[in-house]
Design a protein around this ligand. Structure first.
Ligand code: AMP
Length: 213
């Protein structure tokens, strides 16, 4: 099964995915193009250096780079998968379908813009494994401040969360480039569900959509 959690940046897609993967055990895995990009950035490869310029500015990395990474990663998947942050353009969505990769379900996560901005101020991520935590709200604090519970890595704010103008730019890019994919999916006969991702029952609701579809 292939599921795409869909929504603006900082909607909580990654959090929902990591909770469900933890709960449902080893039948599921997440494919995150942005984690793969961050590995390239860390290793200072030529792809990483090119991608970093776009990522730090809140722009999308060119489709040619993204598709190469995505298609390679998807070929190695052996379980049910969540696509985290892919596709983000109609061209990526089309290329995915042309490669014979058809999602079974798209879960469109709704969150108010103010909440999205607040989450960007609140989020810190592990520089080693990418796990996210909150630094202000009590929602998901690390047991030891500044240290990842899972791997002991250092927690920091993401570069693209630090500057609010970059966060706003990512939202604009989402509206223009990414949101139209929902209609494209519907016209391709792919099931799209909506859910509010800010309420207290969001975790359960997300799991229910994944397991009952
Ligand atoms: P994320 O961690 O998912 O918010 O992604 C961080 C950044 O990585 C984005 O702002 C983009 O610059 C880049 N990125 C991640 N996924 C994609 C994608 N599917 N298409 C283009 N750029 C992407």
């Amino acid at each position: 099964m292939k599921v795409i959690p869909f929504g603006p940046p900082n909607t909580g897609k990654g959090t929902r995915i990591s909770e469900v993967v933890e709960e449902l055990g080893d039948q599921w895995e997440a494919i995150s193009v942005s984690s793969e990009l961050k590995k390239e950035v860390k290793a200072q490869t030529s792809i990483g250096q090119e991608a970093k310029r776009y990522m730090d500015a809140g722009e999308l990395v060119p489709d040619s780079i993204i598709l190469k990474i995505f298609l390679e990663r998807v070929q190695n998947a052996t379980k049910n998968v969540f696509f985290d942050g892919f596709p983000r353009t109609i061209a990526q969505a089309k290329a995915m379908l042309e490669a014979g990769i058809k999602p079974d379900l798209v879960i469109s996560l709704q969150v108010d813009q103010e909440v999205v901005l607040q989450r960007a101020r609140d989020r810190i991520v592990c520089t080693a494994c990418g796990e996210s935590y909150t630094k202000i709200s009590p929602f998901k604090r690390a047991k030891t401040e500044g240290i990842c519970d899972k791997c002991g890595g250092e927690l920091r704010q993401r570069n693209d969360d630090l500057d609010e103008s970059v966060v706003r730019r990512r939202l604009e890019v989402y509206e223009k480039e990414t949101k139209p994919i929902l209609e494209f999916f519907e016209s391709a006969g792919i099931k799209v569900c909506q859910m509010d991702n800010s309420g207290p029952n969001a975790r359960e609701e997300f799991k229910k959509l994944v397991t009952e579809n």
